[in-house]
Each structure stands twice: as C-alpha cells, then as structure tokens.
Design a protein around this ligand. Sequence first.
Ligand code: GAF
Length: 401
Amino acid sequence: PSDAVILEAPDRRDTVESTARAFIEAYGYQPDGVWSAPGRVNIIGEHVDYQDGLCLPMAISHRCFVAAARTPTDLVRVRSAQSEIVFEGDASQLEPGNVEGWHAYVTGVLWALRPFISGGEQQGVDLYIDGRVPLGSGLSSSASLECATAEALESLLSLDTTPLERVRAAIAAENDFVGASTGGLDQAASVLCSAGQALLLDCRDFSTTPVPWDLAGQGLALLITDTRAEHSHADGQYSARRRDSERAARTLGVKTLRDVEPSGLEDTLAQIDDEVVRRRARHIVTEIQRVRETYELLGAGSVRENVQRLGELLNASHDSLREDYEVTVPALDVAVEAARTAGAHGSRMVGGGFGGSTIALVEADEAQTVAQAIADAFERDGLGSPEFFLALPEDGAGQDL
Ligand code: GAF
C-alpha cells in the first residue's frame, strides 16, 4: 500500500514572486501588483447559504494569485499558469453569455463591478493568474479566482468598494455572468475570513462574527482529504437541490427555510407531501441548527473542551447530507467512514458535494494515521489516490505585492 503524504500548500511568497515573473514574461512589462484570495473549508453549515442559513467557514492556505496592471486601453487580457488559452476582449463589450470557459469567472467580475467605475473611464487591464486551489476540489477554486480578481480590480481601477460589495460582485459574476446559481458562501469566505479564526456567516445579509479556531494550540488538526472524484457545481444536481429547497419554503409559507422553527420540526414537515422535498427541508433546518449549536459551543469554550460534541455535529452534518440531501458520492462516504474508524472526532464532506473534499477533526499527532487509513480505504475500493492537506486558518483576499 502507498504511503499517505500530507501536502503543504505552495509557499505564498514564492508564488507571489513567480506570478509577478510570469506576468513580465507574458506581457513584457512589470505588473502594478499581485493580489490573492484563498479557498475555504466550511466547518459546518452546508447547502444552507441559498436559504438564508448560517455557515462557519475558514480560509485555507491554498490561494489564487493574480498579477495585474492597468493599461491605457479598453482591452482586457487574461492569461493563466493553468491554461494555454488566452483571453483578449473589449471591457465595454462584456455581457453574460459572450465569454466562454474559465475566463468568464474573471471577466464576469469586471462586468459586475461596472457600477463602481466612473463613466467614460477606460477599463483596460492585463491579468496573469496562478490558481493554486486544487481545481474541482470543492475548496472554492472558482471563488478564489473571482475574489482575487475583484481585489486586483479594486486597486487598479481605484473603485472604492467595500469588502461586502466585492463579495457581491464576485457572486454576481458567478450567478449572472457564468450562470452557476451558487449561494455566496464561497465568495464571502474568500473575502471576509481572517487568519487564525473561523467566521460565522449569516447568509441573510452576509453579516459576520469572528469565531476562535486555534486548533494547533490545542493539539488538534483539521485534515482535508481531496478525494479527486470529479465534481461540478454548474451541473443540474446543485440547481435541483436549490429548487427543492425553494419549493419546501413555498409550501411552508416562509420566505426561506431559515424562518422554520427547529422545534416540532417533524410536524411542520408533515405539510410537505413530496417525500424527497421533505427530506431536503429537514437537512436545511437541522443543519442551520447544528451551526447554531457549534457556534454556541465555540463561544462557551475551546474546541478541545468541546471536541466530542463538535465531532458529533460534524458527523451529523455529513449523515444528513448523505441521507436527506443526497449530495455525497462513494468517495466522500468512504473518506468520512475511514476517518471516523481511524479515530477522528468527527468527519464530513465540504462544499457542494458530488465529489470534492472532506474534513476530519483529529488529534494533531493522529493526522497521519487517519490520512493513511483513508488512503488505504481508497486503494481497497479502487477509488484512486486522494490528496491530504491541513486546514490552517489563513487571511482573506488582499494585496500581496
Ligand atoms: C458550493 C456553493 F458554491 C456554495 O454556495 C454552497 O451552496 C456550497 O456549495 C454548499 O454549502 O460550494
């Protein structure tokens, strides 16, 4: 059996410098700066953001880097370390539907920030992108791309936007320009998280409260397993879940499922005839309740003091996503099961599901054993080679150089 290796994120300083150098090679002159934005893990609160729910994300050390410069033109040029394909287009001509592929995540942000650009100003920019959040990992590679771009444009075009306005522009880029109807958790996490902490995110208005999350100081760790099972948000399953949740809210006569009282839930849910829609609603209401409980525990004491209950909440979240929300796949369930059996306090999938990553709350000195157990289970079941990282709470989007 192969040895499991817990990988480190690419060194930040090195990547800032290599991205600046790549810009110079691509465009033949110095960039005005380098900006970056992180991926995230969501500790708990999955598939609730589009129903005004509560989430508890933290930024991770994997980031997307953008070296960029303003030009005295109206041309947007985008190149990337991850793709041969070069984008070149007129900034004023950007409209939903007329940019294809991953470039839409970048140009969509410029499109969404238009209201902040003074009339008649030229919007020409050259961008070079190095996205180091593993693609398709469920760790928010697309939000990190959008949010790093938003930071770069904010500075280059002197936009004077607030962090929340940049979050909303990144969401608009993804929802309205790319056409993926995601809920905003990822963009809010990428911009608003700060180092050493998790963030309670209220998706009603994207208000936030910092939450202490010092695992390293308590001999604990959050192990990320990127199952590398293929996944995609823009696909039908995600929007189908969203539609089911909207149907449940309509049937219950509430604006969103956030307004459903968790007490007496089964009686409330009995009003929903469709058994599948009923289960979808149960997941969302109970998940929001699990976030409330997690937040209260973290306010009342350290992770260490509450580690058993926190682990149970992570487990309950995953089980609900598997049974009621049906967004897991075998690779996610196997990773979670193997982690629990190997002694993790709790484990769950993160992100949209249908592939992507899991987290496991473990004793720091058992992270390697748990990773090995997951790797062995994958080998046994022919699920390929997962990748392992530690989730270390990093800072949100900003300027690096
Ligand atoms: C994906 C989406 F982009 C988020 O908005 C959120 O719904 C998440 O899945 C599930 O919590 O990452």
